[in-house]
Design a protein around this ligand. Structure first.
Ligand SMILES: C[S@@+](CC[C@H](N)C(=O)[O-])C[C@H]1O[C@@H](n2cnc3c(N)ncnc32)[C@H](O)[C@@H]1O
Length: 237
């Protein structure tokens, strides 16, 4: 049975960052595939599969029945983490949403515990998410880029340290991605082209300061070129 449940590369990359043995929560589960995969493949003994909407939750419940995972995957109607028994849960996965929505979901103060791990996969606005996490006292421990169809996404793991800080625009844009793999370089190139587009717009209209964006574009280019070189101090600890 476990071999039949196949995940997309994007969800598989998220599953790989979940700790073995953790009780998990897949927030915004939709079809429930990730939650079912984690129990099917013995990564987690139990996963709460929560969603804000009844339709997706019914779909998740069907997937649970299809794979015979009743009692191991628990579908739950919940806005963000509100209804989840967080005392019991150590790894919280939020995938497939905008970075701003993910940030609002993980802003619940009950997640501010060093024992809990957040596995987050933003579809957009990853820079908003990274900035917000550091402002709340979280730190990034792991980040990987993954190609899924025509797009490249990032998947990141964060834990609470209590040290609140502002991060600079370079770290907000690229996080822990070092350009070491083809996927990471593709992600960095996509960020670079967004920055260059913005720069061109400002230059065309003469409407503002370009120094910060020029600095940012240069640093991203360096990271793409150096690839395997420079290690980010955020990787330590
Ligand atoms: C685009 S789907 C992503 C599904 C899956 N996590 C994935 O990555 O493929 C987003 C899901 O999140 C749910 N959702 C949106 N806002 C939510 C919230 N505040 N709390 C819980 N679920 C939410 C939606 O109902 C939808 O099922």
């Amino acid at each position: 049975m476990e071999n039949q449940l196949k995940l997309s590369p994007r969800l598989l990359a998220a599953a790989r960052q979940v700790r073995r043995g953790a009780v998990g929560a897949d927030v915004g589960t939709d079809h429930g595939y990730l939650a079912c995969y984690l129990t099917c493949h013995h990564v987690c003994p139990k996963v709460y599969a929560s969603d804000l909407n009844r339709g997706p939750l019914e779909q998740a419940a069907r997937t649970v029945r299809e794979y015979g995972l009743e009692g191991k995957v628990i579908p739950l109607l919940s806005d963000g983490v509100q209804e989840l028994p967080l005392d019991e849960i150590s790894d919280i996965i939020v995938a497939g949403m905008g970075g701003d929505l993910i940030l609002s979901i993980v802003s619940d103060s009950r997640l501010r515990s060093p024992e809990k791990q957040l596995v987050l996969q933003p579809m957009t606005k990853a820079e908003v998410l990274r900035r917000g996490l550091y402002k709340m006292g979280f730190k990034l421990y792991r980040e990987t880029a993954v190609r899924d169809g025509r797009f490249v996404y990032t998947v990141l793991t964060a834990r609470y340290t209590g040290e609140k800080r502002e991060i600079d625009s370079f770290f907000a844009q690229v996080g822990l991605l070092m350009g070491e793999t083809e996927e990471e370089r593709a992600y960095l190139n996509r960020v670079l082209s967004r920055v260059e587009k913005k720069l061109a717009g400002i230059r065309r209209s003469g409407s503002g300061e370009t120094k910060e964006l020029e600095w940012l574009a240069e640093r991203i280019k360096e990271r793409i070129l150096n690839g395997k070189g420079e290690r980010n101090p955020e990787m330590d600890g």
